[in-house]
Design a protein. Structure first.
Length: 405
């Protein structure tokens, strides 16, 4: 059992679109008020509970002339905006303390009305599924939704989203049962790269389609047209939407290709062995645009999600494993090689290797050892992480008091 999001296209009419814009704005104001209140309380040395924050920025704020218009929208969206601000601070604190994995996160930022993507989150008392196929949103009305697939369970929450290109979506959180596939004996190792998106241990080569590079000329043209438009004008709004549409096409084309590749790898193999990559570190190099264009992180995440759903296993090999230096035939470590070397010959056994195919086979072998519990934890230089115990010599100097005695 796992929680997943099912997203559907929504088509609000003009009146509903204005009501949603009002809710988006009120939720944004409440979120910013929560951040401001917490910052001021921290600066003044005051401890404010989550309940007190919600009481001040929602309940008491509605009674003031400056925030009286908060009563025009559903309170559930405002309460969830407070919860989002609380979670933003909690994630920041967990990141600083090391409890939250990944890169260190920054402090929560204020939301702007100029943000092209707007959303509100609703719990069960803020939305309802109608029998006619529409979705009721509190104080907005019944939204027409295009149901591309049925919901697997009763949704626990609903998020209404307005994308930068002007499209509306309704996203539901539902429970999904795992669907294990028939067991297979095949296992595969995958080497990810830039020139080739993926090379598998059985010899398959998946070329990198370079979606962003293919659309770069059209994107640049749209950005230039956007830069020439006057800020705040209707023409600038249209130009923003055109640029957003072009970015969306690149994003969705890449995501569709990754979905298909991940499903095929998971469906045809019982275990998928991958190499851990420092994508954040590589994205700070001169290859940053190519790194983001290839989408390694998205592909790995999709493989892990589909493997968990279909009863497969994913094994990650440490990033310090020298997959490109080892000979997959005899195991000899030939040493580091420049990226321009794509073919090389082992000096011990004479086997000729394709760099990526050899790396995929080594990842498969190392992943099988890790799954069997036979692999040793090694650092990037190949040596053990912890040195062995060394007995102290007889003439080793002791403490100062001992030397004086």
């Amino acid at each position: 059992m796992s929680l997943v999001r099912y997203r559907y296209r929504a088509y609000p009419n003009a009146e509903q679109a204005r009501a949603l814009a009002r809710v988006f704005g009120c939720a944004r104001v409440v979120y910013n008020d929560c951040l401001r209140l917490r910052r001021d309380a921290h600066a003044g040395g005051e401890k404010v509970s989550d309940t007190e924050v919600q009481r001040r920025v929602v309940t008491l704020a509605k009674q003031t002339p400056q925030r009286a218009w908060l009563g025009e929208v559903a309170s559930v969206a405002l309460v969830q905006a407070c919860q989002d601000a609380r979670r933003a601070y909690r994630n920041w604190f967990d990141s600083l303390s090391g409890k939250r994995k990944g890169r260190k996160g920054g402090a929560p930022r204020f939301r702007s009305r100029k943000d092209n993507r707007q959303s509100i989150r609703l719990t069960r008392n803020g939305f309802a599924l109608r029998g006619n196929g529409r979705v009721y949103v509190a104080k907005v009305g019944d939204l027409r939704v295009e149901w591309s697939r049925p919901l697997l369970s009763v949704p626990s929450s609903c998020t209404v989203i307005r994308e930068a290109d002007g499209r509306y979506f309704v996203s539901f959180v539902v429970e999904r049962e795992s669907d294990p596939l028939p067991s297979r004996t095949a296992e595969i190792g995958v080497d990810l790269g830039l020139d080739r998106l993926a090379v598998t241990s059985d010899g398959e080569i998946v070329d990198n389609p370079r979606h962003l590079r293919g659309a770069q000329r059209r994107l640049a043209s749209g950005q230039r047209a956007l830069a020439r438009k006057q800020k705040g004008s209707a023409n600038r709004h249209k130009a923003v939407r055109r640029v957003a549409v072009r970015h969306r096409k690149v994003r969705e084309t890449r995501l569709d290709a990754h979905h298909k590749l991940a499903l095929r790898l998971v469906r045809d193999n019982q275990a998928v062995h991958l190499e851990s990559l420092s994508v954040a570190g590589l994205a700070r190099t001169k290859l940053a645009r190519s790194i983001h264009d290839v989408g390694w992180s998205i592909l790995v995440r999709l493989i892990e999600e589909k493997a968990a759903h279909y009863g497969r296993s994913v094994v990650k090999v440490g990033r310090g494993f020298p997959s490109s230096q080892l000979c997959s035939a005899c195991g000899h470590r030939d040493g580091p090689k420049p990226l321009g070397v794509r073919l090389w010959t082992c000096r011990v056994c004479g086997a000729e290797h394709d760099r990526d195919l050899n790396a995929a086979r080594n990842v498969l072998a190392e992943g099988a050892r890790i799954a069997a519990g036979l692999a040793e934890i090694e650092n990037a230089c190949g040596a053990g992480v912890r040195p062995g115990l060394v007995p102290a010599s007889g003439d080793e100097a002791g403490t100062r008091l001992g030397a004086l005695g």
